[in-house]
Each structure stands twice: as C-alpha cells, then as structure tokens.
Design a protein around this ligand. Sequence first.
Ligand SMILES: NC(=O)C1=CN([C@@H]2O[C@H](COP(=O)(O)OP(=O)(O)OC[C@H]3O[C@@H](n4cnc5c(N)ncnc54)[C@H](O)[C@@H]3O)[C@@H](O)[C@H]2O)C=CC1
Ligand SMILES: O=C(O)[C@@H](O)CS(=O)(=O)O
Ligand SMILES: [Zn+2]
Length: 434
Amino acid sequence: MAVKYLKKAEKTAATGEDDVRAIVADMLKDIEQGGEETCIAYTRKFDNWHGDIVVSQEDIDAAAAKVPEQLKKDIQFAYERVRDFAQAQLDSLSEFETELSPGLFAGQRLIPMQAAGCYVPGGRYSHIASAIMSVTTAKVAGVDHVIACSPPGREGGIHPAILYTLSLCGADTILNLGGVQGIAAMAFGQFTGHPADILVGPGNQFVAEAKRQLYGRVGIDMFAGPSEVMVIADADADPELVAVDLVGQAEHGPNTPAWLLTDSEELAEKVMKRLPELIADLPELNSKSAEAAWRDYGEVILVDTKEEAVKVSDEYASEHLEVHAEDLDWWLQNLRNYGSLFLGEETNVAFGDKTSGPNHILPTKGAAKYTGGLSAGKFIKVVTYQRSTKEASKDVAQVTARISRLEGMEAHAKTGDARLAKYFPDEQFNLQPE
Ligand SMILES: NC(=O)C1=CN([C@@H]2O[C@H](COP(=O)(O)OP(=O)(O)OC[C@H]3O[C@@H](n4cnc5c(N)ncnc54)[C@H](O)[C@@H]3O)[C@@H](O)[C@H]2O)C=CC1
Ligand SMILES: O=C(O)[C@@H](O)CS(=O)(=O)O
Ligand SMILES: [Zn+2]
C-alpha cells in the first residue's frame, strides 16, 4: 500500500532557512571585521550580558558552591558513562602500518586536534548534559585546548550547574557567550588566542547555521540543529509510553519534529488522543513549545509492513529513532539512517540525552544519511604516511612516471625519473606511457 499520513506536518526542518542564513552571514562578517568589541555588542543585544566574557576560576568555584550535592552526584554518574563510552569508541580506532609490496610500507596515525570549541546551548533550557557530551569527548580524544561557551544571562552568567559541569569535564577556557557570537569567537580565537580547529555542539537554528557557514575554515562535528525524534511502534507497543516519548521530544522548542511511524491505526489513534493531554499537563514554557512543535511539525505515518517502515524511516533519517516493536534485532540489522537508535521501551531518547553513555550530539535535518553523532573520532585526524626502500621505489617510480606523463604532468614524472637515475644508474627503464 502507499504510505498514509494520519497527520502531516505543515512545516519542515527547512522552513525559514533563507532568513536564518542571511542573518547569520551578516553577523559572522560583522564579528570578524569588528573583532571582540562587536562580539561583546551582540552579547549585550541578544543576551543582555554586561559582565566578563572569560569566566574566572573564582566564578567557577562560586558556581560549584551553588550546585546541590545530589546534582553533583548525578552529573558525575552521567559524566562517567559518557566518558567510558567515548573511550570505548576511541579504543575501536587504531593506528597501523602495512607492507603493501616488499619494502613499501604505509601506515595510519590518529592525531588529535589542538583546539576545539564546544558550544553548550542555554537559551531555553540549561543544557547540562550537552556540556558533558562535548567537553568530555574532546578531552578523551586528547585535544590540548578545549574552549567552551554558553549563553550568559541567568543568575549572573552561565548557569552554575553548566559551569560546574564544564569545569568537571575538563574545559580549559569558558566564555560567557551564546549564539552566533559564541561560535564566531571560538572560530576566530577571540578572547582566548586559540582559534578552534573544530567547532562542536548542538544549538538552535542560528548556532547550527553559523557552524555550517564556517565549515571549511574550521572543522565542524555535523549539522546538529533543532532536535528530532521518530518512534516506530507496532500494535503491541504501549501507547502511553509512545506518547510520553513524543512529547519528551516536542518540549525542546516550537521547531522540534516528532514523528510516529506505525502499522497500527488503533495505536496511532490512541497516541494522537493522548498527546494533547500530556502537553497540556506540562509547565507553561514547555507546554507552549510542545504544542507548537506537535501542531506544526508532528506527523503520524501509517504503513503496512516492517519493510515499508524501514524505507520511510531511512528517508527521514531522524536524529533519534525509537523502536517499540517485536524482534528488536531485526530492526537493528535493517535500519540504516539514524543518529542514535533506542531499542525497546526500556530505554528512550531522554535516557540517552542525559545519562546512559552514547553521545547526544547528533545529526539533524537528514544529516544522519552521511554521518553519525559526536564521538572521540571527530576530534581526531586520521592521517597516513609512507616510506620505502630504494629497491621498492623502483616499480613505484616507473609506474608514477608513466601515469604522470599520460596525464601530461611532466614535473611529476621527472620525480620518478630522478630517483631511478640516482638509485639504478646502470639500468634502462621504459618511462613513456605507450
Ligand atoms: N542536535 C542535537 O544533538 C541537539 C540539539 N539541541 C537543540 O539545541 C537548541 C537549543 O536552542 P536554544 O535553547 O535556543 O539555545 P541556544 O544556546 O542554541 O541559542 C541561544 C542563543 O541564540 C541566539 N539568538 C536568539 N535569537 C536570535 C536571533 N533572532 N538572531 C540571532 N541570534 C539569536 C542568542 O545569542 C542566544 O544566546 C534546541 O533547538 C535543541 O533542540 C540540543 C541538544 C542536542
Ligand atoms: O537532540 C538532543 O540530543 C537533545 O535532545 C539533547 S538534550 O535533551 O537537550 O539534552
Ligand atoms: Zn532531549
């Protein structure tokens, strides 16, 4: 059957993209030309912050004193899991050297970047967990200098729990900066003297777009914009948990897509009935965000078979993908495009967002078709090297000379000729392509 939409979204992740691109381009140009003063002016404008940009050790100590003991233990719990998973991912990468033909050796090295800029969102909510996800992973990877920034303005600057977390996870410099100005400052080395080699971390549409526009001048982790979820649920799924998890995503902001994909119309109807009730029950800010998100971006998609579900899901390439269905191994084997997969109702996106270990900085807007989420590997350059004996260079030099000549690259060819003449002066070689 054709895929049937019981609810189709009015808006998509691309809605409003052109406006955001223009705003961000102007701001980046302005900040690069105007320097730190312009960056400060934007901080005043958007976050009403008039204090210091670089956070001092006294500020960090004062923040730590404000964080309750239970929260400190909880942050430690999450930190340890994220750190250990990042370390396991790092350990799965390896350096090697191989002998491609006798005497010709080639190898791979893993070299951490020198400076990373970690954006920690803080406009709507205080994203403690994002601080853990980026800074910890950069440090596990071995980055020398980790800069972190987050929007100031609450309780005199960055939220105390975020500051405490950034420090615990190993941030070397912390900046009271949010939005495009935070991203720009880290890319240009403002306030630190350490221009970032890579910018990582999630953020709203302005933050994600600023990273996208700077890509090439600096590395970026991926396009990690407004959060998304797809829940695949079969007839036996618990409609209450499906609805709770969809709302758990929708509260992120008014532009947060939440999609239900199911082969059961009965389950779909139950979830659609329950969702507005759950949304109405939230605190006002959260409720407003979730209501708009579900109204404008929410979708309910009906399919006949598991194979159809996989096809639709792979097309959406959702940042988060939950499966509440029988035969979880089948889904694990067959699903292809997602940032992170949550198998079974016993775990869910919020567990991954806050605590369980795999990184929550994940690709959005279809980027999961070509990349996974943040991992230690994103901070590491996989580089290669080679060396050769004189004897092994004999074949390589001849082939290089002939291929280069065919391509019309005479100077390349001569680098082969010169070595053959030096190492094998008594031998004749055919160095022409025909
Ligand atoms: N993809 C992922 O892995 C994750 C995504 N997220 C997403 O991060 C986002 C966080 O968003 P926010 O709460 O807004 O915090 P944010 O820190 O990303 O953005 C706040 C900043 O936006 C700037 N800003 C606000 N309005 C602006 C305007 N009109 N023009 C230019 N700049 C402006 C301000 O400078 C402010 O400091 C959410 O969309 C959430 O879904 C959060 C965690 C993980
Ligand atoms: O997209 C994400 O991973 C976010 O949902 C993470 S958090 O809930 O904002 O911590
Ligand atoms: Zn979340």
